[in-house]
Ligand binder design. Structure first.
Ligand code: FAD
Length: 413
């Protein structure tokens, strides 16, 4: 495929595909239905809080190599920040215990024999549970493989829920293993937690758009692609609100929209159909960020609390059981956890609850079987998105890799 490439959807998958295609010398046009690029990973001005915030707290790890390469390519390697060492502070609301999980940098995991670095109440042998993930059979769940116990309650289950955005009784162990293999198993150097220095858009979206624009790419925001016209072999045209875009035989398309949109545009395409919500509760207040800028909460409604300069933001993953509650009720449940975890006093400050109902597809065995490859039956069309068959759960790392794979698929065809 040697011609122009039309990339439909300017989330991270579409942006990553565009970066590869533009780097290979292709002319790229991005079509984005929303008013701005970024998709599920974006910043916006929240009028109620009077602040620019992220749609949800996003955390990546230093071992996420596609993330690192993406940021390096667009000159934004310093757009993420985090503690100099891998640190994961936790508080258990049940007994007030506080600890910091601190893996050592090297691959030999001696931190698990150090009482100061591992989870209190655990023994070094407990950590062998991580090896069990390696051997997990195809359809086994996180609960089936890890069982229960202090290590699971105080570390592995919170990590699994955050990584898979799926409850542990249905979350697929194999997908958790894929994450653990590329991070924890590589040693602490691959586990530094990183968050945007300013905001998601400033880190992941704006530098990519600037890089693309400098190479002649165009991003048409507010442009929802309504149909892909096809013959038996290829996509022949895109229908947009501004009219039909005819494709030449040498032109290509990357479809980088959410799964349900892809299924609408390509009837018959098999895609994931079950989704899990993520709630983010942003409180307008200040607090001590502590050693890492966030804290994991055990035994509460809140799961992870991120302390940003003007807001304290709480993330609750796998939140289908909470998402239909009124926002005020969610905030009222979460605020006592925040107070206890951060040692705050006083009444609940101004708050914004952001509900992402279809934050990611459910990382279950059933849904895994529905994830399609990048290659399609049409030779000039490739699929991208965190829901395609990346071998990873739906994450930034997975979305970026999916975009790269889609671009390679088209370039090779
Ligand atoms: C609240 C929340 C918290 C998260 N936390 C983390 C985290 O901590 N770490 C992590 O790694 N991941 C996290 N994720 C997951 C991560 O955000 C996603 O995996 C990633 O952003 C998905 O990117 P994507 O490009 O595949 O999809 P999307 O971001 O959904 O992009 C698809 C784009 O297509 C556009 N579009 C749709 N229809 C059309 C159309 N017809 N025409 C043109 N454009 C169209 C959409 O507007 C959108 O911009 C989180 C997600 C959420 C929602």
């Amino acid at each position: 495929m040697t011609g122009q490439v039309h990339v439909v959807g300017a989330g991270l998958a579409g942006l990553a595909a565009s970066l590869s295609l533009a780097a290979a010398g292709r002319r790229v046009t991005l079509y984005e239905a929303g008013p701005a690029a970024g998709g599920r990973c974006r910043s916006y001005l929240d009028r109620a809080l009077g602040l620019r915030i992220d749609n949800g707290n996003h955390l990546v790890l230093s071992g996420n190599r596609a993330v690192a390469a993406y940021l390096a390519q667009v000159g934004a390697a310093d757009a993420l920040t985090g503690p100099a060492a891998p640190l994961f502070p936790f508080v258990d609301l049940a007994d007030g215990a506080r600890w910091i999980v601190a893996p050592n940098r090297g691959r030999l995991p001696w931190w698990i024999v150090s009482r100061r670095r591992r989870v209190p109440g655990t023994r070094a042998g407990d950590y062998l549970a991580l090896l069990a993930l390696r051997r997990a059979g195809a359809g086994r769940t996180v609960d089936e493989v890890l069982g229960d116990g202090v290590l699971v309650r105080r570390l592995l289950a919170p990590l699994a829920i955050a990584a898979l955005n799926t409850p542990t009784d249905t979350g697929l162990a194999r997908l958790l293993d894929a994450v653990v293999r590329e991070t924890l198993m590589q040693g602490g150097a691959a586990c530094r937690p990183l968050v945007p220095r300013v905001g998601l858009s400033e880190s992941f979206v704006d530098p990519a758009l600037a890089w693309l624009t400098a190479r002649g790419a165009r991003c048409r925001t507010g442009t929802r692609v309504a149909a892909l016209r096809r013959d038996a072999a290829r996509v022949t045209a895109l229908e947009t609100p501004d009219g039909t875009v005819e494709l030449r035989p040498e032109d290509g398309v990357v479809l980088a929209v959410p799964a349900w949109v892809a299924a609408d545009l390509l009837p018959g395409l098999v895609v994931p159909t079950a989704f899990c919500a993520i709630l983010n509760v942003h409180f307008l207040t200040t607090a001590d960020p502590g050693p890492a800028g966030f804290v994991g909460v055990i035994g509460g409604t809140a799961e992870w609390i991120f302390v940003r300069p003007q807001v304290v933001s709480v993330t609750i993953s796998a939140a289908n059981h909470l998402v239909d509650l009124p926002a005020e009720e969610i905030a009222a449940r979460v605020w006592p956890d925040v107070r206890a975890a951060l040692g705050l006093a006083g009444p609940m400050p101004l708050v914004r609850v952001v509900k992402e109902r279809r934050a990611t597809h459910a990382a279950t065995a059933e849904q895994e079987a529905l994830r399609p490859a990048a290659r399609t039956a049409w030779r000039n069309l490739a699929l991208a998105g965190d829901w395609t068959a990346t071998g990873l759960p739906a994450t930034i790392e997975g979305a970026i890799r999916s975009g790269r794979t889609a671009a390679e698929t088209l370039l090779a065809s």
